[in-house]
Design a protein around this ligand. Structure first.
Ligand code: CO
Length: 138
């Protein structure tokens, strides 16, 4: 049901600077950037093989990512697994005892559908299920 790691999310203070760091130091290239006003975040996607690095920065003090940065500093924020059915992946994890942050799939960045599982249910790692649209960098 879970096919591969779709992306690893990294919380950053300054998105422009973080993109430069990853481009210069690792030779990667950010190709997609999107503001998610409802989530209070801006994200940049950096393709790497069949996966992506997702750099995330808060747009407002109320953002959960702002709280994460205050608590932990810049760090890995979540791991996202590709699935062809986010709702089914959430239901299966929930039935197996995981605490769900989303009971049903909701819209994510770049025309995806996503859902999250609480970090305390997966060894401290905030976990995302994502239905990818098959576009590189989507
Ligand atoms: Co993500």
């Amino acid at each position: 049901m879970l096919g591969r790691i779709d992306h690893v999310g990294i919380a950053v203070r300054d998105l422009d600077q973080a993109i430069q760091v990853y481009e210069r130091r690792l030779g990667l290239r950010a190709i997609a950037r999107e503001r998610l006003e409802a989530e209070g975040i801006e994200v940049a996607m950096i393709p790497i093989g069949e996966s992506r690095i997702e750099l995330i920065t808060p747009l407002s003090p109320a953002s959960k990512v702002e709280k994460f940065l205050q608590d932990r500093g810049e760090a890995v924020h979540h791991v996202a697994y590709a699935t062809d059915d986010v709702g089914a992946a959430l239901a299966k994890a929930g039935a197996a005892g995981a605490q769900l942050l989303d009971e049903v799939a909701r819209p994510g960045a770049h025309a995806t559908r996503i859902g999250f599982v609480h970090p305390k249910s997966l060894c401290g790692v905030l976990t995302e299920f994502v239905e990818a649209d098959g576009q590189p960098g989507a």
